[in-house]
Write a protein that binds this ligand. Structure first.
Ligand code: FAD
Ligand code: EPU
Length: 347
């Protein structure tokens, strides 16, 4: 392992990725570039050791599955900084650097009296990755609040700014997710309106608030309710390696959802617009008997059927093979093809 310091970035040869992905897969990258100043990106890309090598953009590794070593350069944004661009009675506009930790930023907004992001508390990962899959939880998606995304275009080799409409946000989807390693996201600007109303329609949130004895919730109450629900439902990556939901909830034409529900009335489904319904992937997986199952150190969480876990020394290949079996099981029984949510690297 070797290190080399340059202004604005650091290069490390033959870097271990084990502590840089929450599934804790033990792989290596030929090179790791950590960027501390976005202005240094062009200089980094001209560095002789990077030329001709593939790049892989990585944040905190909470939504990736490494199936193999990476033969090129892993590039990570380590830039910090939160800047209030505008703050009046109507709206607050806040710019955040890509290297900030998302959950720290959400807590910062709450501590400083800005509302809107409370349902997105406790989502692991970096600010720079938040627009990638338009992170969402408990009835809210970050795209609703994104005014713009700043990025470096790695093809055209220039800085670019995306307005929200250019980001093409959808459920666990964006232009960035569909074009991995094209744009290195360097900062986002959020627009948080001052006219706040709580978003507590998602199943379980109101019950949790009642349990807490809260009648008229403030943003911090919603945050606490969501944090409690998440902590109860999802395994903690610090305790057992996982990447959150391993599959997206499938979107199917509503008549197909209705037909499935005729045979399986307990299958949860939600209207998703455009004549589509969203089905619960966790329910489908649990119904196939996979919940809590284990093949060596690769397993399905016994707390949540949508979460693949590494019990210790599972390889990326073992987890990927298990994911294929889950997919095949659900397809055979229900005719639904599940799509992985994390990025699979090297399969
Ligand atoms: P990484 O995993 O490092 O990367 C994810 C993708 O983003 C990769 O394609 C990578 O190439 C790309 N990327 C990363 N940084 C940049 C950048 N600066 N520029 C361009 N591309 C980049 N997600 C939800 O939406 N909702 C949830 O409720 C949720 N809960 C989770 C719970 C747990 C326990 C875990 C482990 C994960 C959960 N996730 C959830 C998934 C994950 O937290 C998010 O996808 C998060 O945004 C990933 O951030 P990261 O920095 O770890 O990205
Ligand atoms: N369910 C089961 N078995 C389980 C777990 C859940 O049948 O083991 C059923 C529940 O009964 C419930 C339904 O599945 O009716 C939905 O469960 P949950 O509320 O836990 O939500 P989810 O659909 O499994 C999604 C996101 C999560 C996000 C939560 C809360 C996806 C792929 N996952 O999970 O995001 O935190 O909603 O909004 O959309 C992630 O993306 O990594 C992630 C964790």
């Amino acid at each position: 392992m070797g290190g080399a310091n340059r202004d604005g970035f650091t290069l490390t040869e033959n870097a271990s990725m084990r502590g840089r992905n929450t599934l804790r897969i033990d792989v290596r990258a030929a090179r790791l570039a950590e960027i501390h100043d976005a202005a240094a990106i062009p200089e980094l890309l001209n560095h002789p050791s990077l030329r001709g090598n593939p790049l892989l953009l990585l944040g905190e590794g909470s939504n990736v599955l490494f199936v193999d070593d990476f033969a090129g350069t892993v590039v990570t944004m380590k830039t910090r900084g939160v800047e209030i661009l505008e703050d009046d009675d109507d709206v607050s506009r806040i710019r955040v650097a890509a290297g900030e930790h998302w959950d720290d930023f959400v807590r910062w907004t709450l501590a400083h009296g800005y509302a809107g992001l409370e349902n997105l508390i406790l989502i692991p990962g970096s600010v720079g990755a938040a627009p990638m899959q338009n992170i969402g939880a408990y009835g809210v998606e970050v795209g609703e609040f994104i005014e713009s995304v700043e990025a470096f275009d790695l093809h055209a080799r220039r800085f670019a700014t995306f307005a929200r409409a250019d980001c093409e946000f959808g459920y666990r989807d964006s232009i960035f997710k569909r074009n991995p390693d094209h744009w290195l996201i360097t900062a986002i600007t959020l627009r948080l309106p001052r006219n706040w109303t709580p978003r507590i329609e998602y199943s379980g949130v109101q019950e949790e608030l009642r349990r807490m004895g809260v009648e008229h919730p403030a943003p911090i109450h919603v945050a606490n309710a969501v944090a409690d629900l998440r902590t109860r439902k999802l395994p903690d990556p610090a305790v057992i390696g996982n990447a959150g939901s391993f599959f997206k909830n499938p979107l199917v034409p509503t008549p197909q959802a209705d037909a499935l529900r005729a045979g399986h009335p307990q299958l949860p489904s939600w209207p998703a617009g455009d004549g589509l319904s969203k089905l619960s992937a966790a329910w489908l997986i649990e119904a196939c008997g996979f919940k809590g199952s284990r093949e060596g150190d690769a397993g399905i969480s016994n707390r949540h059927a949508l979460v693949l876990v590494n019990h210790g020394r599972a390889t990326g290949n073992q987890l990927w093979a298990l994911a294929q079996r889950v997919r095949e099981g659900v397809r055979a029984r229900f005719g639904i093809l599940l799509e992985p949510e994390p990025r699979i690297i090297g399969a």
